[in-house]
Design a protein around this ligand. Structure first.
Ligand SMILES: [Mn+2]
Length: 327
């Protein structure tokens, strides 16, 4: 990338109190991107605090924080964020539903999500459609020749592996280039250890429910988990349903006290998961994401309008959108 652009970011935040905010309920790519950006700015004498809204509910995600020494704070733990403080969004963008508007001034955005709603109010924007946000952050080090620590390189490599499903999903040449760059600096043993014991015992109940409830229409696999379960687990189960031979698009939701949370996956080039869920839920909830993976939410008030058979009616809505997309 152009080093002048990097300098613009450094000049912008220099001398300010800086927060780096991820999307709500951050996943490994969000956390490693935020961590990588914090350490990058540190090399230019800029201190930043990492923050998020929601919770970090996966064992694996917590494990990476310990493994790489990452301090990231829930917004509840942060005292005195001021309206003059600067916020850098990483792996997210306003005004998406998964990015809570905090008191500080959102001046910069570094993200790899397609832009659904025009966000021109950032003073610095670096949005590139690549497999992982960690790839973009790695490029800051690479292009500026900024020294990268083993922990940062390993965390970024882990973020890329997770978001691209090991360099398969939504992967671009830049993801591969950055992986090759990070390989030279990362601790591959530490990275491998992240893949030990990745399923938690309580996850099995959610897997069981999803298997029980699966229904396949054409190549679309629908399923649901009728109880509260972490967003990140719904995503993992959506990946699992997608791995079925007869399923090319998976649409999975879990039920919680506020409504239902969707995770959509697509391995078809003619079905964009982000557009599918955005289009389907635009009048009743919210949704968006990448061509291969996306998420969405429908609140209880809207669900109530569908009556008791909301599950069937929502399936119809998805199928109708799909038909429209393929024409
Ligand atoms: Mn990401």
């Amino acid at each position: 990338m152009d080093t002048n652009k990097i300098k613009d970011l450094i000049d912008l935040v220099q001398g300010k109190k800086v927060y780096i905010q991820t999307h709500n309920f951050p996943d490994p790519d969000a956390i490693s991107s935020a961590f990588g950006m914090k350490k990058f700015l540190e090399a230019y004498n800029i201190e930043a605090t990492l923050c998020y809204v929601g919770s970090i509910d996966r064992y694996n995600t917590r494990k990476m924080m310990d493994a790489f020494g990452i301090d990231i704070f829930s917004y509840d733990e942060i005292e005195g964020m001021n309206i003059d403080d600067y916020i850098i969004h990483v792996d997210c963008q306003k005004p998406n539903a998964n990015t809570t508007d905090l008191p500080g001034d959102e001046v910069a955005c570094i993200d790899h999500h397609p832009v659904f709603i025009e966000a021109d109010s950032y003073r610095y924007m670096d949005i590139r459609i690549v497999g992982a946000c960690s790839t973009i952050v790695a490029d800051y080090y690479y292009s500026s020749n900024t020294p990268i620590s083993s922990d940062v390189a390993t965390a970024l490599a882990y973020g890329i592996k997770m978001d691209t499903d090991d360099l398969i999903r939504g992967t671009t040449a830049l993801d591969i280039d950055m992986m090759s760059y990070l390989f030279k600096h990362a601790d591959w043993c530490k990275l491998n250890s992240m893949y030990n014991s990745t399923i938690e015992f309580q996850d099995l109940k959610a897997y069981g429910a999803a298997i029980e409830n699966i229904e396949v229409f054409d190549y679309v696999g629908f399923s649901y988990i009728p109880f509260e379960c972490p967003n990140s687990l719904v995503a993992i189960i959506s990946d699992f349903i997608l791995s079925l031979d007869v399923v090319d698009v998976s649409i999975v939701y879990s039920v919680n006290s506020e409504g239902i949370k969707y995770s959509v996956r697509s391995e078809r080039v003619d079905v964009d998961a982000g557009k599918l869920i955005h289009e389907t839920l635009k009048d009743i909830g919210s949704g968006g994401g990448h061509a291969a993976m996306a998420g969405g939410f429908v609140g209880n008030d809207e669900l109530a309008k569908f009556g008791r058979n909301y599950d069937g009616k929502l399936k119809e809505l998805f199928m109708e959108t799909l038909k429209g997309m393929l024409h």
